[in-house]
Design a protein around this ligand. Structure first.
Ligand code: HDD
Length: 727
């Protein structure tokens, strides 16, 4: 029987056999087996090599045209040395034409991102709750591709912009792709398990408000402008997500340090049709942590690629990031049981009400080999679900099912985007969809319709009982009049932002308030500022008053309708020690003339997968790995002062680096809450006081390393940040 993926394999094999210079030795070794005909790769073992057959290796080859003829392309063909270029110069035309068409439209949202390959491994046989095959047995492995992103910025924007962070996972299951798009959380944390709006029809309004102003195209990757806050204050369903984004959850230390969430309620369905409601969570096995706002802002200029670099380097160094997939499982009849509607995407289901069940583990273990072919072309589609998963009636999810498929037409210029290597299922596919731009396969079935007799009724229809087909949960029923309104059970949009705020420690509450102060201070419209205060006041008079004081305005009188003192666990970003220190960087500030041997410190930190970066004025010292011209505090998670006090002067006289750089690294690290250590009696002279996360020692011995490692686990020392009304 013809299968499309087999067809392509056969093609690859035949060109290899003919000695095509594109194919590497490995491909050539594979060729006979693939050429032999039926070759179905096993999705359970095919974790990383699926794309290998598409890779082009140019080593030791001649440059060719797109159709394979060797030529040279460094000069165009002209009539005489000083004459015009000829129209017949097909070499020029092909090269320039391809270049002119290199770009596809960037994603309308989530344009800035980074991806990685990995594998999901099921902790058990979960067939008692879902028929999903990737959860069907203990140890079962399914290849995945993940893409992390920010939402508002364009493709070249800075990674550390304050934003919701995309956490989209594509499972290449043995029952077709399962593209779950997670709105992740931003920051380490519960990241952002909720969304701004309740009905997908408002998505264009939200995005138009958040994106840069249509006249000036300012500001990039930021919500600190009038249209964003105008929308937020007119559409208070945004408040809960907005609070998460303004809190430290909006500025994560790295993609590895954040959790992810499926946001919507989905359904798990068993083989016999029994269904449960579920919410998906990805729990970071690195641990959650974040940046502070000023640090994130500086990073946006110093290293716009901070997050993608962290991800790429972690994987290159084989410090594979991991998350656990967990679900909250609820009975169908519990939809309104908790005092809110579980179909409302602006609500979390507190873990105190429904605990997490851990289903498996995701490991990212391979970087893309080509950003465009993989990360830029990968598509995610919440509408692609597999047998054993079903939608809920969440109106935001319902709209997304359409939008993601539709947007691919714009990005890829036709309906065959699923045939791109990164998007192809890892199983053969058979259907009567035909033609369209970029069709890569040669369907053999001339009876491209169902039912047919001419192709022996194939491809056959699969359903719940035959062919392990997808089926909708049989228990789903609906009736009612047609209405153009959200459910009244979605009306309370103020209690949960308050729950979130109540649950933060005072310093994180302060960070949230400071972020709102920063954003609203940038607003020009007094009407918008006052509307913001009205909404904040419905959540908390304390927040409204503290923001109002910064704006020189007066908060409205308390409006206690939604005030309560409930709390939930696990929403804060700081305060829980990191589980792994992988990839953290300690900057050792020294001089090129210093001869101290830091090899043992370096090795001791390396046992925790922490990198020691030795900074000096120039290369040439025995262990220098960075110069002061490059270095600044954003590049380090902890800093050690290891040069004489005179070196940490506000003004330095060497042209090798900006004046005062060693001191500013030290002070910034302290002000941004990082562990700081002193090996040379520096701190007194620069007014760094004793306190938590401040380590003073006379040498980098074992005890010193222990203290430094403990401090890195804490990561940020929040006692250094003032809180309103407290000294
Ligand atoms: Fe969306 C991309 C997550 C609501 C329409 N969305 C996109 C990505 C993520 C999310 C992670 C990037 C995927 C990638 O890396 O390629 N979006 C969410 C979440 C939502 C959400 C968690 C709410 C719970 N989105 C949402 C709505 C709509 C869209 C309501 C439209 C009605 N989203 C899109 C889009 C994008 C997209 C315009 C841009 C590129 C793409 O889809 O493929 O169609």
């Amino acid at each position: 029987m013809f299968t499309r993926s087999i067809g392509l394999l056969a093609f690859a094999a035949s060109v290899t056999a003919a000695g095509c210079p594109y194919m590497g030795a490995e491909e050539a070794r594979d060729a006979p087996a693939q050429h032999a005909g039926v070759h179905r790769r096993d999705a359970t073992t095919d974790t990383n090599d699926f794309l290998a057959r598409y890779e082009l290796d140019d080593t030791d080859t001649y440059l060719t045209s797109d159709v394979g003829g060797p030529f040279s392309d460094q000069n165009s063909l002209s009539a005489g040395e000083r004459g015009p270029t000829l129209l017949e110069d097909f070499i020029f035309r092909q090269k320039i034409q391809h270049f002119d068409h290199e770009r596809v439209p960037e994603r309308a949202v989530h344009a800035r991102g980074a991806g990685a390959h990995g594998v999901f491994e099921s902790y058990g046989d979960w067939s008692n709750i879902t028929a999903a095959s990737f959860l069907g047995s203990q140890g079962k492995q399914t290849p995945i591709f993940i893409r992390f992103s920010t939402v508002a910025g364009s493709r070249g924007s800075a990674d550390t912009a304050r934003d919701v962070h995309g956490f989209a996972v594509r499972f290449y299951t043995d029952e077709g792709n399962f593209g779950l798009s997670y709105h992740p959380g931003y920051i380490v944390g519960n990241n952002i398990p909720v969304f701004f709006i309740q009905d997908a029809i408002l998505f264009p309004d939200l995005i138009h408000a958040v994106k840069p102003s249509p006249d000036s195209e300012i500001p990039q990757a930021a919500t600190a402008h009038d249209t964003a806050w105008d929308f937020f204050s007119q559409q208070p369903s945004t408040l809960h997500t907005l609070f998460w984004a303004m809190a430290p959850n909006g500025i994560v230390r790295s993609y590895r340090h954040m959790d992810g969430f499926g946001v919507h309620t989905f359904r798990f369905v068993t083989d016999d049709g029994a269904s449960k409601l579920v919410k998906f969570h990805w729990k970071s096995l690195t641990g959650k942590t974040g940046l502070v706002w000023e640090e994130a802002q500086v990073l946006a200029g110093k290293n716009a690629d901070f997050h993608r670099q962290d991800l790429f380097e972690s994987i290159e160094k084989q410090r594979f990031p991991e998350w656990e997939l967990a679900v909250q499982i609820m009975d169908e009849q519990d939809q309104l049981r908790f005092g809110f509607d579980v179909l409302d995407p602006t609500k979390i289901v507190p873990e105190e009400l429904v605990p997490l069940t851990k289903l498996g583990k995701l490991t990212l273990n391979r970087n893309p080999r080509n950003y465009f072919a993989e990360t830029e072309q990968v598509m995610f589609q919440p509408g692609h679900i597999v047998r054993g998963i079903d939608f809920s009636e969440d109106p935001l999810l319902q709209g997304r099912i359409y939008s993601y498929l539709d947007t691919q037409l714009n990005r890829n210029g036709g309906p065959n985007f699923e045939q791109l290597p990164i998007n192809q299922p890892r199983v053969p596919w058979h259907n009567n969809n035909r033609d369209g731009a970029g069709q890569m396969f040669i369907p053999l079935n001339t009876a491209a319709y169902s039912p047919n007799t001419l192709n022996r009724a194939s491809p056959k229809q699969a359903n719940q009982t035959s062919g392990r087909g997808f089926f909708t949960a049989p228990g789903r029923t609906f009736s009612g009049n047609l209405v153009r309104a959200v459910s009244s059970t979605f009306n309370d949009v103020w209690s949960q932002p308050r729950l979130f705020y109540n649950s933060l420690p005072p310093v994180e509450q302060q960070f949230l308030i400071n972020a709102i102060r920063f954003e609203t201070s940038n607003l020009k419209s007094d009407i918008v500022k006052n509307n913001v205060l009205i909404q904040l006041n419905r959540v908390s008079h304390d927040i409204a008053s503290r923001v109002a004081s910064a704006l020189g305005l007066t908060a409205p009188a308390p409006d206690a309708t939604y005030y309560h003192d409930n709390k939930t666990a696990g929403v804060a970003v700081f305060g829980t020690p990191l589980l792994r220190l992988d990839g953290l960087r300690v900057g050792l500030l020294t001089t090129a003339a210093d001869t101290t041997d830091y090899t043992s410190l370096k090795s001791a930190l390396a046992t925790h997968n922490v990198d020691l970066v030795v900074v000096a004025e120039h290369y040439g010292g025995s262990s220098t790995t960075q110069t002061y011209a490059q270095a600044d505090a954003t590049g380090f998670d902890a800093v050690i002062a290891a040069a004489d006090p005179s070196f940490f002067s506000p003004i330095t006289s060497t042209p090798e680096f900006p004046s005062g750089r060693p001191l500013s690294i030290l002070l910034d690290a302290y002000r941004w809450g990082k562990p700081v250590a002193d090996l040379k009696g520096v701190f007194k002279g620069v007014a760094i006081p004793d306190g938590e996360g401040v380590i003073v020692a006379s040498g980098a011995d074992e005890g010193f390393v222990g203290k430094l490692v403990d401090a890195l686990r804490t990561f940020k020392f929040l006692g250094r940040f003032p809180v309103d009304g407290k000294a």
